[in-house]
Design a protein around this ligand. Sequence first.
Ligand code: HEC
Length: 131
Amino acid sequence: MKLRVVLSLFISALFFVSVNAQETTDEDIAERIKPVGKVHVAGAAPVAAAGPRSGKEIYDSACVACHTSGVLGAPKLQVAADWQPRLDEKGFDQVWKNAVNGINAMPAMGTCNSCSEDDIKIAIEYMIEGI
Ligand code: HEC
């Protein structure tokens, strides 16, 4: 007796699952398997492309490798002595343009494939903040 009740419960559960499965549309499946976020590889560090990023986030993911220690003469983060002469000589817009196009050992866009020119701009603004 008891077994029969358990069995019928089991069968109705199975039926419920199969009905549900049939209701799954292609859109549901596409929704479920779509990528959570796109990931770009810029230099060595992966950069999440989703949403607007702060200058610090861009710096930390794309510029930090060279600009923290001053690799190959890169002007160091928020070090006035490194930045002020460049800004005085060229002006902010030219410095920004050079970062976009590359200059000497500074690679174009700092190798940040997912960055827009404005992203580069806010990263520079962060790099010269408080100098
Ligand atoms: C592979 C190392 C490297 C990476 C990565 C890098 N830089 Fe640079 N950057 C340099 C070097 C080296 C210089 C100095 C170039 C020179 O003036 O000779 C420089 C210079 C600059 C300058 C000054 C340009 C000028 O005209 O004086 C800016 C602005 C700049 N980088 C921004 C960035 C930003 C923003 C990022 C990240 C998105 C970045 N860099 C990533 C190496 C790097």
